[in-house]
Design a protein around this ligand. Structure first.
Ligand code: CUA
Length: 201
């Protein structure tokens, strides 16, 4: 014997047209009020929270951005790690970093406490810039040059992890940012940063 399947063509039997219980109305009011609080937090956090970076986003031709990055890497190259140049621009410089399947190019060497204009873009698909173990995340989008004023506050040897699935080599897309202090030491602060982040490897 077949049980009757509810198709939605017949009205559902029930009591939905009766007024809601008082407790339900109170909960709807609380939920609505909370939604409004969260809604207000978005602009509030933008102006008072200090978490949203005010970056400059400009359109760019991916191949032109890539050429600019190669020229930048050549100009300030100080070393190499597994074929990828280690680049040390002077403080205040325009710094270029490109994401491409599946690497971050080049390796940046920056000084702690100095300001740089960091440009992020992609040569091919969307990538995600995640600075580990610090909580810093940005979208890296082809066709857009995202300029950020950055001042490294901790020295160390940091990893850039791709946090946007970009293909078969996504998990291997790891880059490096080295931040040195005045004495050129990248070690001490990084150890502290790792402890703060919960001692991840
Ligand atoms: Cu690049 Cu995932």
């Amino acid at each position: 014997m077949l049980t009757k399947v509810h198709t939605g063509l017949d009205p559902v039997p029930g009591i939905w047209w009766r007024p809601a219980h008082k407790a339900e109305k109170i909960w709807v009011a609380i939920a609505f009020g909370w939604c409004m609080v969260l809604f207000a937090m978005m602009p509030l956090w933008h102006y008072r929270g200090g978490q949203n970076p005010s970056g400059v986003r400009r359109r760019v031709v991916p191949s032109a951005y890539y050429a600019r990055t190669l020229a930048f890497a050549k100009q300030y190259k100080v070393g190499e790690d597994q074929g990828i140049p280690i680049v040390e621009p002077p403080p205040g410089a325009e710094v270029y970093l490109v994401g491409l399947t599946f690497q971050w190019y080049p390796i940046l060497k920056l000084q702690r406490g100095k300001e740089y204009m960091l440009h992020l873009s992609s040569l091919d698909v969307n990538h995600g810039f995640s600075l580990f173990p610090v909580n810093v995340n940005f979208q890296v989008v082809p066709g857009y040059d995202y300029g950020l004023r950055v001042t490294p506050t901790a020295s160390g040897d940091f990893r850039i992890i791709c946090n946007e699935f970009c293909g078969i080599g996504h998990h291997a897309m790891v880059g490096r940012v080295i931040v040195v202090d005045e004495a050129g030491q990248p070690v001490a602060d990084n150890a502290r940063a790792r402890i703060r982040s919960g001692g991840a490897p």
